[in-house]
Design a protein around this ligand. Structure first.
Ligand code: BES
Ligand code: MN
Ligand code: ZN
Length: 464
C-alpha cells in the first residue's frame, strides 16, 4: 500500500536553524508578523523575509498561499517557504496551506518551523493527503520525496494530536489505492484478500463465497456477477471497539469493473468504470481508520464484490431474479447493477446485525453527475437526525454533500408489469429512483443514508 509520508517531530533551538539543510518553511500572519523562528530566518538572511513581506506579492496573496525564496544568504537551506497563515487558522485554512506546501515538496527534506502555531496538525494533514500518488505501475519510479520534519515547542504533544489524523490518512490512502487499481489487478478475489489482511490490525473479517450467497438467497446480487469469470463475494468486516450495543453498518458497492453487461456501455470512457468499487473502497478505508484509532465504537462494514461482464452466461435484460428479501426484480437494464448488489447486502446487514443505523456508499448513477457535478455527493435518507448529523460532519470536513428528496411518487416509477419491481425508473430523476429502489430494502425503523458518490469518487482535476 502507498504509505503516507512519515513525519518526524523535533524541538530545535533557533541557533540550529542556520544549518538546516533542504527546505525551510516559516509561517507569517497576514499582518506580516513573524514568530521566533521566522525572526531568526529573517536575521540570518539579512532581512530577505521582511523585504518580501513588504512586497505587493505578499500583501495581495490570499491566506494559505506559499511563496518560495530561493537560496537566501545566511542559511544552509536551498529554499525558504513563506506561508501566509493567521496565528489561529481555521481547519480549512490550515489544511489548504498544507496542500499548497505539499504540491511543492521535492526530493529535498522539508523543515516546518512551526513554533507554537495552532492548527499545525491540520497543515501536516493537508500536506500528507496532497502527497499521495499512485506510482506502482510506472516502471521508472519517480524520485522519492524528501523527509518532512516539524519543529515545534512541544513535539510530544503535537505527535499525540496528529495521531488520529495520521490514521485517517492511512485509511484515505488505502481507499485511493483500491480505487486507482485497475480491474485486472483488483479482482473480486484480490480485493477480498486485501480486506482479510485487515485482520492484522484487529478487524474481524469473513468472506461469503458464491455457494453461501446462493444459500442466503442473494439472487439479486448474484445475477450481476454471473457473466464474469471472477466469483462474486460479500466481505464482512467487524470492528468492535465499543460496548455491547448493536453496530452501525457501512455498506459499499464493490463493482470491480462495470461494462454495463448485456446493456453494454459505449466504449468511450468505459475504462473509468474501474472505479465502480469506490463505495466499497471507502468502507474499507473507514474500517482501517477506525481500527488504527482504536475507535470506541462498534461498526460493521459490508461490501458486495462483483464484476459486471457480458457473456453467454450473463443476466439478460428482462430476466427476473429474486432478492434475499424475497421481492422479485425485473432486470430491465443490466447496467443498473449497483442497486441489485446493494439490495441484498443492505438486507443481509439488517437481518444479521440489526444495526443502529446504516450508511451505504455507491458510485450508483451517472445522473448524479448531471445533477451535482463533481462537487457534491448526493445524499438520500429516511431519517432527518442521521442525515443532519452526516451533512454537518461533511461540512466540517469541507466535503461536498447535498441532500435530495425521496417520495412515493418516485417509487411508483419502479413498477413492473411482471415482477414486484424493475431495476430502472426511466430518465427523469435517475438518482432518486435508484435511491427509491434501495429504500425498498431498508426496514422502516433502520435509520439510513445513501450516498451516491459517482461524481466525487474519482475526479480528474484538482478540487477547490
Ligand atoms: N457505475 C454506473 C454509474 C456511474 C456512471 C458511476 C459514471 C461513475 C461514473 C452505474 O452502474 C450505471 O451504469 N448506472 C446507469 C443506470 C441507468 C442504466 C439507469 C447510469 O447511470 O447510466
Ligand atoms: Mn452500471
Ligand atoms: Zn456501476
Amino acid at each position: 500500500m502507498t504509505k503516507p509520508s512519515s513525519i518526524t517531530f523535533h524541538d530545535i533551538a533557533t541557533d540550529q536553524i542556520a544549518a538546516l539543510e533542504g527546505q525551510i518553511a516559516i509561517f507569517v500572519s497576514p499582518d506580516g508578523k513573524l514568530d521566533m523562528s521566522g525572526r531568526k530566518v529573517n536575521t540570518l538572511s539579512r532581512k530577505a523575509i521582511s523585504r518580501f513581506l513588504e512586497s505587493d506579492t505578499f500583501q495581495k496573496a490570499s491566506v494559505g498561499t506559499v511563496h518560495a525564496i530561493t537560496c537566501p544568504a545566511g542559511v544552509a537551506a536551498e529554499t525558504v517557504y513563506v506561508i501566509k497563515l493567521p496565528r489561529r487558522p481555521t481547519r480549512d485554512e490550515a489544511r489548504k496551506a498544507g496542500v499548497a506546501l505539499g504540491k511543492r515538496l521535492g526530493v529535498a527534506d522539508l523543515w516546518l518551523l512551526a513554533g507554537s502555531l495552532s492548527g499545525i496538525e491540520n497543515v501536516m494533514f493537508g500536506l500528507v493527503l496532497r502527497n499521495y500518488s499512485f506510482g506502482k505501475h510506472k516502471t521508472s519510479q519517480a524520485d522519492t520525496k524528501g523527509e518532512v520534519h516539524v519543529a515545534v515547542s512541544d513535539p510530544e504533544a503535537l505527535k499525540a494530536q496528529f495521531a488520529p489524523l495520521a490514521a485517517i490518512a492511512e485509511g484515505v490512502f488505502f481507499t485511493r489505492d483500491l480505487t486507482n487499481e485497475p480491474a485486472n489487478v483488483l479482482t473480486t478475489t484480490t480485493f477480498a484478500e486485501q480486506l482479510v489482511a485487515l485482520e492484522e490490525i484487529g478487524i474481524k473479517t469473513e468472506v461469503l463465497e458464491e455457494k453461501q450467497l446462493h444459500e442466503l438467497g442473494m439472487g439479486s446480487l448474484l445475477c450481476v456477477g454471473q457473466g464474469s469469470d471472477s466469483p462474486s463475494k460479500v466481505v464482512v468486516m467487524q470492528w468492535n471497539g465499543g460496548g455491547d450495543e448493536n453496530p452501525f453498518a457501512l455498506v459499499g458497492k464493490g463493482v470491480v469493473f462495470d461494462t454495463g453487461g448485456i446493456s453494454l456501455k459505449p466504449g468511450a470512457g468505459m475504462w473509468d468504470m474501474t472505479m465502480d468499487m469506490g463505495g466499497a473502497g471507502v468502507v474499507a478505508g473507514v474500517m482501517k481508520t477506525l481500527a488504527l484509532r482504536g475507535a470506541k465504537a462498534n461498526v460493521v462494514g459490508l461490501v458486495g464484490l462483483v464484476e459486471n461482464m457480458p457473456s453467454g452466461n450473463a443476466v439478460r435484460p428482462g430476466d427476473v431474479v429474486t432478492s434475499m428479501k424475497g421481492d422479485t426484480i425485473e432486470v430491465q437494464n443490466t447496467d443498473a447493477e449497483g442497486r441489485l448488489v446493494l439490495a441484498d447486502v443492505l438486507w443481509y446487514a439488517q437481518e444479521r446485525f440489526e444495526p443502529t443505523g446504516m450508511i451505504d456508499l455507491a458510485t450508483l448513477t451517472g445522473a448524479i453527475i448531471i445533477g451535482l457535478g463533481h462537487e457534491n455527493a448526493g445524499v438520500f435518507s429516511n431519517d432527518d437526525a442521521l442525515c443532519k448529523a452526516f451533512l454537518k460532519s461533511a461540512d466540517t470536513e469541507g466535503e461536498g454533500a447535498w441532500r435530495l428528496p425521496l417520495a412515493p411518487a418516485y417509487d411508483d416509477l419502479l413498477k413492473s408489469r411482471i415482477a414486484d419491481m424493475k431495476n430502472i425508473g426511466g430518465r427523469p430523476a435517475g438518482s432518486i429512483t435508484a435511491a427509491q429502489f434501495l429504500q425498498r430494502f431498508v426496514k422502516n425503523d433502520t435509520p439510513w443514508c445513501h450516498l451516491d458518490i459517482a461524481g466525487v469518487a474519482s475526479v480528474s482535476k484538482e478540487t477547490k
